[in-house]
Design a protein around this ligand. Structure first.
Ligand code: HEC
Length: 108
């Protein structure tokens, strides 16, 4: 009986792990889509993972920004960088995804 309980716990654990991995890859995919197409971050930034080579803003591979830092600048803008959040250019879900994507792919 104990073995059976352990088996169930392991099964549930691996099941939730699979769901988390799926959610993660979906968020990364949406983030890349926003980065490349909807917001075109790559026209101004270098990010090897997205094959972008813009040199108007800082190189994101060397900057390695934290997720919170990306979210702040994408929402509010900075200098010539547009405020994607305040101007309604991106939804909050898209800002979330692109921040997560940049924070987890810069420097790789
Ligand atoms: C029109 C060009 C342009 C576009 C498009 C653009 N950026 Fe920027 N970005 C800049 C410039 C210029 C800076 C530096 C601003 C400064 O320091 O005055 C910057 C700064 C940043 C920073 C650093 C902020 C910090 O804390 O120093 C991050 C991260 C960033 N951009 C991410 C993005 C992402 C993600 C996108 C797409 C959603 C994007 N940028 C789109 C021009 C752009």
């Amino acid at each position: 009986m104990k073995i059976f309980k352990i088996f169930i716990v392991v099964l549930l654990f691996s099941f939730s792990l699979t769901i988390n991995l799926k959610a993660d890859s979906e968020k990364m995919a949406l983030g890349l889509e926003v980065y490349n197409n909807k917001a075109m971050c790559g026209t101004c930034h270098i990010l090897k993972a997205a094959a972008s080579e813009g040199d108007i803003g800082p190189n994101l591979d060397s900057l390695k920004p934290l997720e919170e830092q990306v979210r702040a600048v994408v929402t509010e803008g900075l200098g010539v960088m547009p405020a994607f959040g305040e101007e309604g250019l991106l939804t909050s879900e898209e800002i979330d995804a692109v921040s997560y994507y940049v924070a987890n792919s810069s420097g790789k």
